[in-house]
Design a protein around this ligand. Structure first.
Ligand code: NAP
Length: 285
């Protein structure tokens, strides 16, 4: 039997509808959440991401500022802008689009963003708070992954979750969040021996490796929830996940497609983070 498809686009729309309603309520009190996005250089993929973020702000009624800087911008100039945005009272979320040009130290820039406005959830204070289970702004894609699993109605608590990939932006935070939801978590990576034996035990399988169609049905326990974070551009221009969707959906439980699964959730979680940050900074949380 073919698995139910987890419709990330629809779930994302449902969450955005709630956000829009809350922003309308706040607008009546004369308050608007504000997001600043900073883009350095002309990377085409980054330009698309930034445009989408700007569009989401517009649709949801947020105040938005986009700072498009030339690829020659110095680190000092970028840090000065971040400092200005940190102090700007109508800005509650700051996102510096990565990757940055090679002459700029990404870590120095992320560290300079005020932790309260770090809506990407990459600042060491937010990463540390996630680690120790304190309140923090969560990284967007991992938060989206957890939301998708929850919306399947499958209980996470007590389940065995396997995460393939251990990057700082996806694999590691997803593992921590699953653990926070009381799953027992196994992390796999490129040096994992006998990975299939581990993934075949997973009730929940999250794949974030960056290899098109890598995980086929032989990796998957029948009925398991499968979340595919991968976004790989094929030679024919099409987008493919890390999971071979057509074969896996014949054995798995609820499964995300690519596109239309995790992807739409990332910007939605960014908008949610901006609203959370805005309410906290305004003393409304
Ligand atoms: P990354 O930084 O390159 O990390 C990849 C991880 O996968 C590493 O931990 C690596 O292991 C592991 N890995 C690579 N090949 C493997 C293999 N054959 N078997 C087991 N593990 C393997 O990538 P990322 O930033 O986490 O992104 C992963 C994917 O998610 C990419 O396709 C990316 O485009 C996508 N992504 C999507 C979104 C979204 O919004 N949907 C957001 C972010 C990322 P080692 O640590 O041992 O090298």
């Amino acid at each position: 039997m073919t698995a139910p498809i987890i419709n990330g686009k629809q779930i994302s729309e449902e969450i955005r509808k709630d956000l829009r309603e809350e922003v309308e309520r706040l607008a009546k009190q004369g308050f608007k959440p504000g997001l600043a996005v900073v883009l350095v250089g002309e990377d085409p993929a980054s330009q698309v991401y930034v445009r989408n973020k700007e569009k989401a702000c517009h649709e949801l009624g947020y105040y938005s500022e986009v700072h498009r800087l030339s690829a020659e911008t110095s680190q000092e100039e970028l840090l000065a802008l971040v400092d200005k945005l940190n102090r700007q009272s109508n800005i509650h979320g700051i996102l510096v689009q990565l990757p940055l040009p090679k002459h700029i130290d990404e870590k120095a820039v992320i560290d300079a963003i005020s932790a309260e406005k770090d809506v990407d959830g990459f600042h060491p204070v937010n990463v540390g708070n996630l680690m120790i289970g304190d309140d923090s702004l969560l990284p967007c894609t991992p938060a989206g992954v957890i939301e998708l699993i929850k919306r399947t109605g499958v209980e996470i608590s007590g389940k065995h979750a396997v995460v393939i990939g251990r990057s700082n932006i996806v694999g590691k935070p997803v593992s921590l969040l699953l653990q926070r939801e009381n799953a027992t978590v196994t992390m796999c990576h490129s040096r994992t021996a006998n990975m299939k034996e581990l993934t075949q035990l997973a009730d929940i399988l999250v794949v974030a490796i960056g290899r098109a169609n890598f995980v086929d049905a032989s990796y998957v326990k029948p009925g398991a929830v499968v979340i595919d974070v991968g976004m790989n551009r094929l030679e024919n221009g099409k987008l493919a996940g890390d999971v071979d969707f057509d074969s896996v959906k014949e054995v798995s439980g609820p499964i995300t497609p690519v596109p239309g699964g995790v992807g739409p959730m990332t910007i939605t979680m960014l908008m949610q983070n901006t609203l959370i940050a805005a309410k906290r900074l305004q003393g409304l949380a």
